[in-house]
Design a binder for this molecule. Structure first.
Ligand code: NAP
Length: 300
């Protein structure tokens, strides 16, 4: 795969494509000044990002939409250059709420469609297919699905569209070997969230797993290429076909996280990083622990 800053899209099973690097936009609304997301998305687009990951429940989708629209108005990009992924939150999952929630997102973004819309519960998938048919979402996918849930959808009688992607936690301390292999076999792209090991906000992150970016192996490999541990962690996933969506609202780090297309890791380094896997999640979604579809009770 010849990945460059200008060209790092990979195909999706429905004929569309997704940039391997995107900007994550979740930040605690209580602790984040208004406008931070707007500025971050504009800086990201100027730096070369063409993929933005957001959600209605992040409470900053209006800022994402404004940034995209301003950059289109400036002539920097066209709408079709940008890949925006929106998502439903669990509480919005009764099937009849899928389309209204997506329509709300489009109204907030002031855009006509999202490029990818993802859901977290299997029973809403039919409603999601209808959103693709209506042209509101170009592609449809899932998030935090385990193998059983993916199979449940794919074996559903009358399935019209397969999920093109599964957004799950993925980084050198949680490399997802089995889920990744299963998804590869079924042409489902893995989108890795928390690719830098999260913000370590104790209100939702399992901080018993050590900080990823302090890892000696990532830092030693980084030294060789004059790169940071963050850049090595991102390059590792991108090089094995996993999409990454690092969040930063800091101009310097937004640009740093994009500088991963001017070097490549050797096969041996890829294996060394793969061996860092601890199989421990930072993001356990414990608030959903008692839900019958809580995804993390299965091995993968
Ligand atoms: P992340 O991207 O792994 O890490 C973000 C944290 O790392 C922030 O505190 C950020 O701070 C810092 N950071 C960014 N670049 C850095 C660098 N080069 N060096 C050092 N620190 C750096 O974590 P995440 O926000 O959990 O995940 C990314 C995105 O995935 C989210 O924003 C969201 O869009 C998505 N997500 C989805 C789900 C889901 O259930 N589907 C769950 C979690 C996350 P600064 O902003 O100060 O740079």
């Amino acid at each position: 795969m010849n990945l460059t800053a200008e060209s790092h899209r990979i195909p999706l099973s429905d004929g569309n494509s997704i940039p391997l690097l995107g900007l994550g936009t979740y930040a605690d609304p209580q602790k984040t000044p208004k406008g931070s997301c707007l500025e971050a998305v504009k800086i990201a687009i100027d730096a070369g990002y063409r993929h933005i990951d957001g959600a209605f429940v992040y409470f900053n989708e209006h800022e994402v939409g404004q940034a995209i629209r301003e950059k289109i108005a400036e002539g920097k990009i066209k709408r079709e250059d940008i890949f925006y992924c929106g998502k439903l939150w669990n509480t919005c999952h009764p099937p009849e709420l899928v389309r209204p929630t997506l329509e709300k997102t489009l109204k907030i973004l002031q855009l006509d469609y999202v490029d990818l819309y993802i859901i977290e519960l299997p029973m809403a998938f039919k409603a999601l297919e209808a959103c693709k048919d209506a042209g509101l979402a170009k592609s449809i996918g899932v998030s935090n699905f385990n193998r059983r849930q993916l199979e449940m959808i794919m074996n559903k009688p009358g399935l019209k569209y397969k999920p093109v992607s599964n957004q799950v936690e993925c980084h050198p301390y949680f490399t997802q070997p089995k889920l990744l292999e299963f998804c590869r076999q079924h042409d489902i792209v893995i989108v890795g969230y928390s690719p830098l090991g999260t913000s370590r906000d104790e209100s939702w992150v399992n901080v018993s797993s050590p900080p990823l970016l302090k890892d000696p192996v990532l830092n030693a490999i980084g030294k060789k290429y004059n790169k940071t541990a963050a850049q090595i962690a991102l390059r590792f996933n991108v090089q094995r076909g996993v999409v990454v969506i690092p969040k930063s609202f800091n101009p310097q780090r937004i640009r740093e996280n994009f500088q991963i297309f001017d070097f490549s890791l050797t096969e041996k380094e890829m294996q060394e990083i793969e061996a860092l896997n601890k199989n421990v999640r930072y993001v356990e979604l414990l608030m959903w622990r008692d839900h019958p579809e809580y995804p993390f009770n299965d091995e993968y």
